[in-house]
Write a protein that binds this ligand. Structure first.
Ligand SMILES: [Zn+2]
Length: 125
């Protein structure tokens, strides 16, 4: 087996130098497990379906709102499979109106079953 340069091997989780076998990727079991958990957090059994719903909601809103401002019937959104129970956050206006956001894409209920669509450009401040 060829010798490998082990001088610069560092732990993929904490960045500490790794001692011992040259094929090790982590300095300890703790770091290996931590990295594994981090990588899988986003795809856990609960988060995956929720993320999929949010992504779908966002895609539907974006589809109806290519210019950044639009008006659409709630029933049209629902026909596309929009799920009103899921959103990433709520923005309340001074007048008490509520914008619901799926990431950068937002909507607010207006009159006669219509929704006004908006896009928030710089999302988190
Ligand atoms: Zn480590």
């Amino acid at each position: 087996m060829p010798l490998r340069d082990t001088k610069n091997r560092t732990c993929e989780h904490c960045g500490e130098k790794i001692l011992g076998r040259s094929d090790k990727r982590f300095c300890s079991d703790y770091c290996r497990n931590s990295k594994h958990n981090e990588e899988n957090r986003d795809t856990s059994n609960y988060m995956r379906p929720v993320n999929n719903i949010l992504r779908k909601n966002r895609r539907i809103l974006a589809q109806y709102n290519p210019t950044g401002k639009a008006k659409v019937l709630g029933t049209s959104l629902m026909e596309e499979g929009f799920n009103f129970a899921y959103f990433t956050n709520v923005y309340e206006t001074k007048k008490g109106g509520k914008y619901f956001f799926c990431y950068d894409q937002g909507y607010i209920q207006i009159e006669d079953g219509y929704f006004a669509l908006v896009v928030r450009e710089s999302y988190v401040k």
